[in-house]
Design a protein around this ligand. Structure first.
Ligand code: NDP
Length: 309
């Protein structure tokens, strides 16, 4: 019975420490150190090498180190019977909500514009809308999307959301299914993407979708880089249909030095920092699932493999 951590390029020191504090008896290996593959029944993973897990005959669970699971589900050689779990964490949700709120306030009150004006000693006040007059659409009303929507409502914004299935949430209008996507977009002066990355949602932020947003709309992508067709965004910004974009996630991270987003005057680039998983807060739920696996009890926060999230 062993626990394997696989997170190439990411130092697992804090995870090992938190796991040992939570469960001192746990036998932990850190990939690629030498270990017996037959012994491993539980893996904690972030961007594992494709095909790795098919070599573990007794593996029962792969736990994602974060809320996203696309880095696991996109592996075509994932063993069929292995369960996948994700992190569900109030702190992660609140951090995401506060980050999106900051981006919206920065845009709405033109703080970045004033920073540029200051550099030119340019004193030019800009009219602004009050929060209640700003319509924010959230794509994805899951753990992060719903908390973000509630934080925005608390701050007086006019919020509506889009999900696969309809929702009944106070003060948040629900749109669902492909038939309602257009109506949802027409209402979205600010569009926030918090969808999971699945074959259905990859490249969903494309020209056709942007054209359904009102002129001057602002786009925030804090979900996954692969949701966005980058050239379509640049075209819609340059044509003036979109007023700007805040991007936290990218097809290639770190964003390559020669990428046009770095210098685009209408794009705010942040380095995948919207909401960061803190090992010490989420290790208790991972250890709880390890113990549930040992006791053959149902796991928590299981990903539905057919849905991909
Ligand atoms: P969840 O799985 O909890 O929520 C997914 C939501 O999206 C659900 O409301 C679901 O609808 C909806 N959805 C899924 N597929 C579709 C579809 N095809 N059409 C319409 N709606 C759909 O996700 P999380 O809230 O945990 O994560 C959201 C995103 O945030 C992920 O992409 C994750 O990778 C990213 N993330 C980014 C971070 C950052 O720092 N930038 C940090 C952490 C996560 P329904 O409710 O009907 O099932």
């Amino acid at each position: 019975m062993s626990f394997l951590i696989v997170s190439p390029g990411k130092d697992p020191k804090n995870w090992v420490e938190a796991l040992k504090n939570q469960h001192p008896g746990l036998n932990i290996y850190v990939y690629p150190e030498d270990h017996d593959k037959e012994e491993v029944d539980f893996a904690l993973a972030w961007k594992h090498p494709r095909g790795l897990f098919k070599n573990y005959p007794n593996l029962k669970v792969i736990a994602s180190m974060g809320a996203g699971v696309d880095h696991i589900t996109s592996d075509p050689e994932l063993p069929e019977n292995v369960k996948i779990t994700k992190v569900v964490d109030e702190i992660l949700e609140e951090d995401m909500g506060n980050f999106v709120l900051s981006l919206i306030l920065d845009h709405q009150r033109d703080l970045s514009v004033y920073q540029r004006q200051q550099a030119e000693k340019n004193w030019s006040p800009i009219n602004y809308k009050r929060n209640k007059d700003v319509k924010v659409g959230i794509l994805g009303l899951g753990h992060l999307g719903l908390t973000t929507a509630k934080i925005l409502v608390k701050n007086g914004f006019n919020v509506h959301g889009f999900s696969k299935t309809p929702k009944d949430i106070d003060n948040i209008e629900s749109f669902s299914g492909e038939n309602e996507l257009e109506a949802f977009l027409e209402e979205s002066e600010i569009l926030v993407n918090l969808l999971p990355l699945t074959p259905q949602t990859e490249k969903i932020l494309n020209k056709g979708l942007f054209q359904n947003l009102p002129k001057g709309a602002y786009v925030i992508n804090v979900a996954r880089g692969e949701h966005l067709v980058e050239l379509d965004l640049i075209e819609m910004l340059d044509q003036g249909h979109l007023s700007g974009a805040a991007l936290d996630v990218f097809w290639q991270e770190p964003l390559p030095e020669d990428h046009p987003f770095w210098e685009h005057p209408k794009v705010l680039v942040t380095p995948h920092i919207a909401s960061v998983t803190h090992p010490r807060y989420v290790v208790p739920q991972i250890v709880e699932n390890y113990e549930r696996m040992m006791e053959e009890e149902p796991l928590k926060n299981v990903v539905e493999r057919e849905k991909g999230y």
